[in-house]
Design a protein around this ligand. Structure first.
Ligand code: PLP
Length: 427
């Protein structure tokens, strides 16, 4: 049995039917922006392997840091012990994330980071003498991961988890933020979505521990970019009602939107912030939850004072070393120019797609480009075209999108845009 045949018959891939899998290609190696398949086909990884590999694959500086770390201390338990890479990474995260976020909790994946953030919010409220606050508010159209609590705050209707509806906690959903980024912000709160959010939070505030949202970009829930004023107003409402504001920056963090964090772009600091994906430059699964001094103090002053979470691989030294190396690569700020250049070029080169039949909208923010179609697009149907164009794209829902590594050359950006336009024309 060939490797590909074994894979087809035995391995589950994300969101696939193991009894009727679509085409799956065997990746032999990767370097920079490029993937090489087992038959020698080369493709630009325009997805950054699900939005992680911001510096490209197998970046020599990250590989080197990981090699050095693996020879010294690949893993050690974090209970009662600590190590240099965790401390160094923590220092940097505290310094670079929005003001007030002073405490770091390391965990294994984005979904787990969301679980941790939600547990923090509940413990905070308990310690604050508000034990009834165990639920969460969130706008429709969000995506926060595949674990149980994370699923409960994903879009309940159009999201990926409606099958589990009966088994999920009941949360409170506000309408999707209605004003797109770049549009004028209407002063009328009914029109800008704040009135509905405010009603929800006021009505159920005594049960709500936190408001969780993806700042500025609703990613897997539809690749929509919304107005920063929504976040500013959400911050005010949370302050008024003692609700914690939780930003899920797992997709937006580390430069993707053109600023280090979407929070910076919006000028809003949350109480808790989830980081993942590009944290290690996409070299290892790793995540971190940043909490404000106030949240940490409140949890610490409660009973039992302990924060009740502690994964086996918490603070894994190898992942911390990879993350430090990735942050080193961001430190000189040149990524800003790269992301700005990618944004400008994708904006120009994708503009003609607006005139194609079936295209609803074209939008670009930082290193995120979306051609939204009027109909659903099949990822499986896109794959053979990816091989032909030499650009790996995996559309979902109605969106043909790219979230490429920041290291693309201008020629590679053109190749990605041409491939997206071809998909829009053919699918
Ligand atoms: N939150 C957001 C905004 C995401 O985009 C994702 C993944 O796409 C997650 C959470 C879940 O992260 P992970 O897949 O690492 O569990």
């Amino acid at each position: 049995m060939t490797d590909a045949a074994f894979d087809r018959d035995h391995l589950w891939h994300p969101y696939t039917n193991v009894m009727a899998p679509g085409p799956t290609y065997v990746v032999e190696s990767a370097e920079g922006a490029w993937l090489t398949l087992d038959d020698g086909t080369r493709m630009i990884d325009a997805m950054s392997s699900w939005w992680c590999t911001i510096h490209g694959h197998r970046h020599p500086a990250i590989s080197r840091a990981m090699h050095e770390q693996i020879d010294r201390l690949p893993h050690v338990m974090f209970g009662g012990l600590t190590h240099g890479p965790a401390i160094e990474l923590g220092r940097r995260l505290v310094a670079m994330t929005p003001e007030g976020l002073e405490h770091v909790f390391y965990c294994d994946s984005g979904s787990v980071a969301v679980e941790v953030a939600m547990k923090m919010a509940v413990q905070h409220q308990l310690a604050a003498g508000r034990p009834g606050r165990v639920r969460f508010a969130t706008p429709r159209g969000g995506y926060h991961g595949d674990t149980w609590k994370a699923m409960s705050v994903c879009d309940p209707v159009n999201g990926m988890h409606h099958l589990f509806e009966g088994a999920l906690n009941i949360q409170y959903f506000a309408p999707r933020p209605p004003v797109a980024m770049g549009d004028d912000w209407p002063e009328d709160d009914e029109a800008n979505g704040i009135a509905a959010l405010s009603r929800l939070l006021h009505e159920h505030g005594d049960q709500i521990a936190g408001l969780i949202l993806e700042p500025l970009v609703q990613g897997a829930g539809g690749m929509r970019f919304y107005h920063p004023e929504y976040l500013r107003r959400a911050r005010e409402l949370c302050d008024e009602l003692g609700i914690l504001l939780i930003f899920d920056e797992i997709a937006t963090g580390f430069g993707r939107v053109g600023e280090m964090f979407a929070a910076d772009l919006a000028g809003v600091a949350p109480d808790i912030m989830c980081l993942g994906k590009a944290l290690t430059g996409g070299h290892l699964s790793f995540a971190a939850v940043m909490a404000s001094g106030e949240v940490a103090r409140m949890i610490g002053s409660g009973t039992p004072g302990l924060f009740m979470h502690g994964p086996t691989f918490m603070g894994n030294p190898l992942a911390c070393a990879a993350a430090c190396a990735s942050l080193d690569l961001l430190a000189d700020g040149t990524w800003r120019d790269h992301v700005a250049a990618i944004a400008e070029q994708m904006g120009e080169e994708l503009a003609p797609a607006r005139d194609l039949p079936g295209v609803a909208e074209v939008r670009v923010l930082g290193a995120i480009a979306v051609i939204e179609m009027e109909h659903e697009v099949s990822a499986d149907a896109a794959h053979p075209i990816s091989r032909e164009t030499g650009v790996w794209l995996r559309p979902f829902g109605r969106n043909i999108y790219a979230m490429p590594p920041f290291v693309l050359t201008s020629g590679e950006v053109s190749q990605v845009c041409a491939a997206m336009i071809r998909l829009a024309g053919e699918l």
